[in-house]
Ligand binder design. Structure first.
Ligand code: MN
Length: 314
């Protein structure tokens, strides 16, 4: 008998749902499947990834040996050679316009494999879009939303235990978001994550350096400060942009983003600005990794200044 097919998935909410959905679909089609998350460091020897095994990859980089592959990331192809090996097929699909990965797997299965999507997978696909593309109705939902999907996705912030993620994927393949959110392990992790969020929101105001011309500049470079992604828009809903310095494992990161709930009418392309500092990104969000804390502070101040001048002249 053949070895089971191993589904390798990205370690986040939409990656986990992607693995669960593909596992359920392939099982229905008579395939034997197991799953395991994939980490970024595994890209270092991507050619030899999972050598000698049967595998699928979801919500992660294209691999030419993947029996099944689905992704929505624009950066999925690690080299032009890999890009050249991709063509849409019965088992591969890439759609960079999809806000998250699960909807494209379901659409593909319906179209190519006559799959009938159950309601619980439609619900998971909807919430995958909300979480992965930050399509929250407002900053309160982004921070305090307690829909089962949002509790589950926040609970992931406090555990990077790959075994636990594999357990949750198994649950997602067979039960509903309500049932999974009610698990004691999810509830416990969510409560811890919610306490971390509250602490991060409290710690944010003293990091603010200036709020001018609808642009907020902050310095959260200290490792003692907890970070919550939308803290600036929670405390200052009137701003159009937030620019800050945060620590990374190896140094410092300058991050800039437009306020999703109060977008600028006319604005600059943040990714293009960041390219001037060796970074990149999209129109609404981007970042760079200057070599020192001093450089990071200078870059953040410059980026904030450029955004402010554009706001004044708009
Ligand atoms: Mn993902």
């Amino acid at each position: 008998m053949d070895d089971p097919l191993r589904i390798h998935y990205h370690r986040d909410f939409d990656g986990m749902v992607s693995a669960a959905v593909l596992a359920a679909i392939l099982r229905e089609r008579g395939d034997e499947v197991v799953w395991e998350s994939v980490n970024y460091h595994q890209r270092d020897d991507w050619d030899n990834f999972a050598a000698g095994t049967r595998f699928a990859v979801v919500d992660f980089h294209f691999h030419p040996r993947a029996e099944y592959w689905f992704d929505h990331h624009p950066t999925t192809f690690l080299t032009p050679e890999l890009r050249a090996q991709y063509a849409p097929s019965d088992r591969w699909c890439w759609d960079e316009t999809s806000p998250s990965c699960p909807p494209l797997i379901l659409a593909h299965a319906e179209q190519h494999w006559q799959y009938e999507t159950p309601e619980r997978f439609r619900e998971m696909a909807h919430w995958s879009n909300v979480v992965d593309a930050a399509q929250f109705v407002d900053v309160e939902q982004a921070l305090f939303g307690d829909a089962p999907a949002l509790r589950i996705s926040r609970s992931l912030y406090v555990s990077s235990d790959p075994n636990w993620l594999d357990v949750l994927v198994g649950e997602m393949a067979k039960s509903t978001l309500d049932e999974i959110a009610a698990r004691p392990d999810v509830e416990k992790a969510w409560q811890r994550a919610a306490r971390n969020r509250d602490r991060a929101l409290e710690q944010f105001p003293p990091t603010v350096e200036s709020v001018e011309s609808s642009v907020l500049l902050y310095d959260a470079s200290s490792n003692a400060i907890r970070r919550e992604r939308f803290a600036s828009f929670f405390h200052h809903p009137e701003i159009h942009y937030s620019v800050g310095v945060i620590p990374t494992r190896a140094g410092y990161h300058v991050t800039a983003g437009a306020n999703p709930w109060n977008p600028p009418e006319a604005g600059l392309h943040i990714g293009e600005i960041m390219e001037d500092y060796g970074g990149g990104g999209h129109r609404a969000v981007g970042g760079a990794n200057p070599p020192s804390l001093e450089d990071a502070r200078r870059v953040a101040a410059e980026v904030a200044d450029r955004l402010r001048r554009a706001q004044v002249s708009a």
